[in-house]
Design a protein. Structure first.
Length: 190
């Protein structure tokens, strides 16, 4: 009798997890945005784009599941991922972005810094006269970044960790995020 061996996590498997756990279209778009940004950062650092992309795609997959118990956020996704081989680094980065594991890898630090920036970039697109990503510039996003009352939910402190933790100056980091998100603008409906 053959024993079922755990399989490697593919993007298709990750999308199934997202479809099972996520109800809100905007959260799905957020996951796609962070996936694209993480892939771009992986290229920047010469790392595995698939691994980094899957980390971004799944980082908030269970955000809606625990409802009034956000202490379970990231743990549900981590439990799902343990059935796949080779997901330890992905699980660790996902848990770290929610302060449940050490932030001791470049991938974890990248996820932590880019998560909120994607939301800020979306907010910038929505207030731009064209309501699109394409006309956004680094300067436009940087001006909005400096406005404390704009997109208040986007933690500037977390975004700014791009400098000490990743060695990427904020303007360059914003540029990488814009490039990544513009590449999937149709999926984001922006």
């Amino acid at each position: 009798m053959a024993v079922n061996q755990p399989s490697a996590l593919t993007r298709e498997e990750a999308l199934k997890i997202v479809d099972e756990l996520v109800r809100t279209p905007n959260i799905k778009k957020h996951l796609l945005a962070v996936e694209a940004f993480m892939r771009r950062l992986a290229r920047h650092f010469g790392q595995d784009e698939d691994e980094w992309g899957l980390t971004g795609l799944l980082h908030d997959a269970d955000y809606e599941v625990p409802e009034k118990d956000l202490d379970r956020h990231t743990e549900i996704t981590a439990e799902r991922l343990r059935q796949y081989v080779g997901t330890e680094r992905i699980i660790s980065a996902i848990l770290a972005h929610n302060h449940k594991a050490p932030m001791d890898t470049t991938m974890a630090k990248a996820l932590y810094a880019c998560d909120n920036l994607t939301g800020l970039i979306v907010a910038c697109a929505l207030v731009h006269p064209d309501k699109k990503l394409e006309p956004l510039t680094v300067d436009f996003v940087l001006r909005r970044f400096k406005e404390k009352s704009f997109a208040r939910g986007a933690s500037r402190e977390e975004i700014l960790t791009c400098e000490p933790n990743l060695g990427i100056p904020l303007p360059e980091f914003i540029g990488l995020g814009l490039e990544a998100m513009k590449g999937i603008a149709a999926d984001l409906e922006l």
